[in-house]
Design a protein around this ligand. Structure first.
Ligand code: SF4
Ligand code: SF4
Length: 422
């Protein structure tokens, strides 16, 4: 699969284009979208991979139907409200791209379609999306909010109590005097507040392997939340702020890699070069950052972390949920499972690697029924093998799955880190 950043078609949401809604630019966007759409031969293979089509059975809730709606928009035909409804229901999981024999760049067309219909969104929906960006996309708001809810936890009704993740205790990072390499560990916005133990586990693992993890000041949300909720300018502002924060480290080899433990954020950062390609001050930085971007499994697979370890009293049988961002956007569908097996874990049968659990950023909050149905299907598949816990690689999937099962749901790094602590 092409990486997102290699796609040459200009982003319809980049800042320069956004500021210029001239008919000439509009016509150029439509032409590019029409060119992309021509690759589709309407065979419908993609429907078999689409989670939302499997739930509703409605052609317009599958990729072929959505492409039909986007085609109508390009022609200036069709109902934007109907298109908005069905494009909103898409999880952007990109499972359809992986099975398309014609290589249709569905995600790019989806971006185009969503931008065309965004203006028709009712005010209530727009306000809700703004509120979600405000609350979830900033540690400044999220941290005190979660702290207050934790205090009030006993007073909350049960269903809201379950939404609040437990406070996680975590061992301190290991510091080695002879650290040979240095890597940046991206924090993000939601993860450090709701599950700080994940990056602490990564830092501990890296410490054992002689990798220093310096603290980076000024970075924050990757922008994915804003981008997918229809606020591209805010997303690009966050991208620029992150690049400014990383640049002193990334330029001139100050850091060997930019490691991102949440696959959803990694997929967004991988896309920075495309999103910022028309900004001379940032295009180069974005390309460097995306070039140094690594999933932790890529770091660990290269290092002295091979061979089975004594698992002790921790979980041994694990159901692995590979997030769609890791399987499809990052093209790393099997790597975590292979590493875990080499370390001695037993993975339960998993016939649907990369199937979406329904989390998809803020999707589970905006479409709770569809997200709940997808979670139920995913958990049924994950729990056939009597697993002791579920492991995943994205904070959104982790929190969403936790709400649907009594099994512990952890980031896979949290399972690996204790093995090296011994
Ligand atoms: S997107 Fe690909 S798989 Fe789907 S209908 Fe078009 S050509 Fe077929
Ligand atoms: S991105 Fe996922 S949900 Fe959207 S059409 Fe493709 S397979 Fe279906």
């Amino acid at each position: 699969m092409d990486s997102v950043s290699s796609i040459e078609v200009p982003c319809t949401r980049d800042s320069k284009v956004l500021d210029d809604g001239s008919p000439r630019i509009e016509a150029s966007r439509s032409r590019q979208a029409a060119d992309l759409l021509r690759a589709c031969v309407h065979c419908g293979f993609c429907n078999s991979a689409c989670p939302t089509y499997k739930v509703t059975g409605d052609e317009l809730d599958g990729p072929r139907g959505r492409l039909y709606l986007i085609g109508r928009l390009i022609e200036g035909q069709g109902s934007p409200q109907r298109a908005l409804r069905h494009l909103d229901r898409c999880l952007t999981c990109r499972a359809c791209e992986g099975v398309c024999p014609s290589g249709v760049r569905y995600a790019r067309l989806l971006d185009y379609g969503r931008e065309r219909v965004e203006a028709t969104r009712p005010l209530r929906g727009r306000l809700l999306r703004r509120l979600l960006c405000l609350c979830l996309g900033s540690r400044r708001f999220l941290a005190p909010g979660v702290a207050a809810l934790r205090v009030a936890r006993p007073l909350l009704p049960g269903r809201y109590r379950r939404l609040l993740p437990p406070r996680t205790a975590a061992a301190r990072p290991v510091s080695r005097s002879r650290e040979r390499r240095r890597m940046l560990l991206f924090e993000g916005c939601v993860q450090p507040v709701l599950a700080p133990s994940i990056n602490l586990a990564a830092a501990r693992l890296f410490g054992h392997l002689g990798i220093a993890v310096p603290r980076v000041r000024g970075e924050g949300c990757c922008g994915a939340l804003h981008y997918h909720l229809g606020f591209p300018r805010q997303a690009l502002r966050r991208a620029r702020a992150n690049l400014d924060a990383w640049w002193p480290w990334l330029q001139g080899g100050g850091a060997d890699a930019l490691v991102v433990t949440a696959s959803g954020c990694a997929a967004m950062i991988r896309d920075y070069p495309r999103l910022l390609k028309d900004e001379p001050d940032y295009a180069g930085r974005a390309a460097v950052a995306a070039g140094l971007l690594m999933d932790p499994v890529q770091v660990l697979a290269d290092l002295e972390l091979s061979g089975p370890r004594r698992l002790g009293r921790g979980p041994r049988r694990v159901a692995l949920h590979v997030p769609c961002t890791q399987a499809h956007a990052l093209a790393l569908p099997t790597q975590v499972g292979e590493l875990m097996q080499r370390m001695g874990f037993e993975l339960t049968p998993n016939s649907s690697v990369g199937d979406c659990c329904g989390s998809a950023g803020a999707y589970s909050l905006l479409h709770p029924r569809m997200a709940g149905a997808l979670r139920t299907r995913r958990l049924e598949a994950l729990t056939v093998g009597q697993a002791q816990c579920i492991a995943t690689a994205n904070i959104g999937c982790l929190l969403h799955l936790r709400r649907g099962t009594p099994l512990p749901v952890l980031h896979w790094l949290e399972l690996l880190a204790p093995l090296l602590d011994r």
